[in-house]
Every structure is written in C-alpha cells, then in structure tokens.
Design a protein around this ligand. Structure first.
Ligand SMILES: [Zn+2]
Length: 269
C-alpha cells in the first residue's frame, strides 16, 4: 500500500502564532519540531495500517530557503521518504505512479474563516477567494484536486476544527478527521497537547486507511473553471497575458481548461 502524507504547518498542535511558521523567525525551530513529530505520528499510523511505501511532502511555504523545507530531517521517522520541492504542487510523480491514498496533516482553514487558526489560502498576501467550478475551496481543496487528478482519494484531514469541518464539507462524511485544536481567532486556540494530539493522529491515520473506498477521489469536474479573487491588482496584472487566463474584474481572473490540472498549471506556476 502506497501512501502520500501531504502536510502543512499551521494546523499542528502547539502552533498558533505566525512566528512559529515563518522561516528564520525566533519561534520557527520550535514549530518545525512540533510539525515533524506530528507527521511521524501519521507515518506510524500508516505503517500500522499496512503501508509499505510512505512519501511525505511538505507543502508549507515558510519563506526563502525554508519554503517546502520545514521538516527536521534528523527527527523524521526512518520508514518514510520525504520530498522537498521548489514550488507547491510541483511534485506529482508518486501520484502518477499510482498511490492508494493521501493523508493531509496539519491543515488550516481557507482565507476568511473567522475561527480558523492562521487561516489563509495559498498566499496570505495575495489570495482572497478561490473557486473550482463554483466550489469555494481552500488548500484542502487544492490537495484533493491534485490527488484526484491521479485518482487518489484523501482519507484523512488533521488540523484545527475549522480545517476538519472544511474537509468534511468538501469530501463527505467518509473522511476521517482529527481536530488537534479549537480555533478562537486567527492566532488563538484551545489546544490538545502535542503528545496526545500525536496519539490521536496515529490512531486516525490507521483507521482512515482501514477502508480505501471511504472517500471518492475528488474531481471538480470537466471542463474546469478556476476563479481567483486576489486581494490586490498586482497578480492579475501579471497573469492577464497568460494563455487561457481571462481577467473578469480588477482583482479577479478565471482560467478554463478541459481538466482541473490543465487549468491549474496554466496560471499557477
Ligand atoms: Zn502553511
């Protein structure tokens, strides 16, 4: 059984402040240790469920050389391999080769979710709203669409309760969720301590993988229109000449293609 563990930092127990997730900031090393240990819990759970190949992919944009490079290699469970990428959604080889399921660990809610800890979508500076064929999505939706493009279901979402609720709304009640904190505001939360959160994630990963058909691979539909409402006008200014990109107002673009992946790759990179 081949399992992709796709991870972000903001939804980890013990992480509430932006300074714990920004590369080079004073609390960043504390944050990355908490992050790595939660991922190890998911690796243990996947192994207990029978995973024979586990690839971890860090999707946290920490800034500069830390982007998608926040894991502490020395602390990682020896029974996984891990990918460091230069651009988010760049690495798809493991999915293309055929992957049985994806587990999303450490997720945060989409931009504009009031009780979502460190809520944002893609880039806190740029993205205001993102839709795939009319469905408002956050980063769980992006990961689910990438995985779904190669028929891989997302079976687990961990993070704060807002991220878990967002996952269930998108992917249905077959999704296993593990909430490790309750958001009280963008940098406030009531939390389950990391040691217990890891036990819950290990058990959640094992349970999620007990039924590989619990959630269907997610496909936003074909053809697919991706719509991005940015916070500012700069990004649409840059994207307006891309093939397939249409500017619908000063801050909003749409891209339409036969498949979600074609639409995504037409503007994202
Ligand atoms: Zn992140």
């Amino acid at each position: 059984m081949r399992i992709h563990i796709i991870t972000d930092m903001e939804g980890v127990s013990g992480i509430v402040k932006g300074a714990q997730t920004g590369g080079g900031m004073p609390l960043y090393d504390e944050g990355r240790k908490l992050y790595t240990e939660e991922i190890n819990a998911a690796v243990r759970g996947a192994k207990a469920a029978g995973a024979t190949e586990i690839v971890v992919m860090d999707c946290h944009g920490a800034g500069k050389e830390w982007s998608f490079n926040s894991l502490m290699p020395e602390l990682l469970h020896p029974d996984c391999e891990f990918v460091v990428q230069d651009d988010w959604t760049e690495y798809t080889d493991f999915l293309e080769e055929g992957c049985d399921a994806a587990l999303l660990v450490g997720m945060h809610a989409m931009a504009g979710t009031r009780l979502g800890v460190l809520n944002h979508t893609v880039s806190g500076q740029d993205y205001f709203n993102l839709w795939f064929n009319g469905t408002l999505v956050g980063e769980t939706g992006i990961h689910a669409a990438v995985c779904g493009n190669w028929q891989t279901p997302v079976l687990l979402v961990t993070g704060d309760d807002a991220a878990c609720a967002e996952g269930t709304e998108l992917l249905g009640s077959g999704l296993t969720t593990v909430a490790v904190k309750t958001g009280l505001g963008i940098q406030s939360a009531r939390q389950i301590p990391p040691v217990r959160a890891r036990e819950l994630i290990e058990a959640g990963a094992k349970q999620a993988l007990s039924n590989l058909k619990a959630v269907d691979p997610w496909n936003p539909g074909s053809p697919c229109e991706i719509k991005v409402e940015f916070k500012h006008t700069g990004a649409p200014d840059k994207l307006r000449f891309r093939k397939g990109v249409e500017r619908v107002d000063d801050r909003t673009i749409t891209v339409t293609a036969d498949t979600w992946w074609e639409a995504w790759t037409a503007f994202y990179f």
